[in-house]
Design a protein around this ligand. Structure first.
Ligand code: BMP
Length: 261
C-alpha cells in the first residue's frame, strides 16, 4: 500500500534544523536516500570507498572509535570528499550523558568534522539541549544537527514504547537542533523530521550476532522511513560499486513511489 507523502522540497521548507534543510535539498538534487555505513577498520579503505560511493549517497556513516589512524589528517580528507561529492558526514557515536559531559565529549570527538551525530534520548531534554544547541549555533563548528535514537534494529534491545515516545517528544520540541530519528519505523508526523533506518539488506536477514535486516521496500514503503542506512550488504561485497547502484536505485524508487510526481 502506497501512502502519499510531501515532496522533499516541500519538507525542506518545514525543516528548521540546518542540517535537515541541506539534506532534503541534496537528496532531491542527487536523487538518493541511501546512507552508506562504512565499518572498515582501515582509515584509507574508508576514504577509498567514500570517494567511490560519493555520487550515490546522501551521507557516509562512520564509527570514529573503530578506525585505525583516526586523526585530524584523516578527518580533513573525509571532509574534502564530502565537499567534493556533497554528502553529509555522520559520526555514529551514540552519545548519552549529562549535559556538561556531553558538551565536552562532542566538542572533542565530533563537532569539528561531522555534520551529524547520534544521541540517545535517555539523559533527557535538558542535557541534550544544553549540550548541543550552543555547538550547533556556533558558526565555526561543522556539526549542524543530531539524530535521536528512538528504536534499535538489534534483537532483544531495550528501547520500549515509553522510551521511544519520550524520545519522539524531545525531537518534536527541539526541531531547531534535531534532524530526526534512528528508528525502525515512522514514529512522528512532523514532516520536517527525517526517519533514518538501519537494519537493511536485500540478501540476508541476520548476521548471527543480533542484527536484524529487512528489505529496502519494507523499510521505506511499509515502515515509512525516509533514509536507509546500509553497511555490510554493500561494503563487504566484492563489487561494492554495483551494490551501491542497486541499493540507491531500490531506495530511491521506493521513496519516489510515495511522493507526488
Ligand atoms: P550493517 O548494515 O552492516 O548491519 O550496519 C548497520 C550500521 O548501523 C552499523 O554501523 C550499526 O552500528 C548501525 N546501527 C544499527 O545497525 N542498528 C541500530 O539500531 C542503530 C545503528 O546505529
Amino acid at each position: 500500500k502506497i501512502r502519499v507523502r510531501l515532496s522533499l522540497q516541500q519538507r525542506e521548507k518545514l525543516a528548521t534544523c540546518p542540517v535537515s534543510k541541506r539534506l532534503f535539498s541534496l537528496m532531491h538534487t542527487k536523487a538518493t536516500n541511501l546512507c552508506l555505513a562504512i565499518d572498515y577498520e582501515e582509515g584509507e579503505r574508508i576514504l577509498e570507498l567514500a570517494d567511490k560511493a560519493g555520487p550515490f549517497v546522501c551521507a557516509v556513516k562512520v564509527h570514529a572509535d573503530t578506525i585505525d589512524e583516526f586523526n585530524e589528517s584523516w578527518t580533513s580528507k573525509l571532509v574534502a570528499l564530502a565537499n567534493k561529492h556533497d554528502f553529509l558526514i555522520f559520526e555514529d557515536r551514540k552519545f548519552a550523558d549529562t549535559g556538561n559531559t556531553l558538551s565536552m565529549q562532542v566538542k572533542r570527538n565530533a563537532a569539528s568534522w561531522a555534520d551529524i551525530v547520534t544521541v540517545y534520548g535517555i539523559a533527557g531534554e535538558k542535557s541534550i539541549r544544553s549540550a548541543f544547541q550552543p555547538i550547533i549555533a556556533d558558526p565555526s563548528t561543522r556539526l549542524k544537527g543530531i539524530l535521536l535514537i528512538a528504536q534499535l534494529s538489534c534483537e532483544g534491545n531495550l528501547c520500549d514504547t515509553e522510551y521511544t515516545n519520550g524520545t519522539r517528544r524531545i525531537a518534536e520540541a527541539n526541531q531547531d537542533i534535531v534532524c530526526g530519528f534512528i528508528t525502525q519505523e515512522k514514529i512522528s508526523d512532523k514532516l520536517g523530521l527525517i526517519h533514518w533506518t538501519p537494519g537493511v539488506s536485500l540478501d540476508e536477514t541476520t548476521d548471527g550476532k543480533g542484527q536484524q535486516w529487512r528489505s529496502v521496500e519494507k523499510a521505506i514503503m511499509e515502515q515509512q522511513n525516509d533514509i536507509v542506512i546500509v553497511g555490510r550488504a554493500i561494503c563487504n561485497k566484492t563489487t561494492p560499486a554495483s551494490e551501491l547502484r542497486r541499493y540507491r536505485d531500490a531506495a530511491w524508487e521506493a521513496l519516489s513511489a510515495a511522493m507526488p510526481k
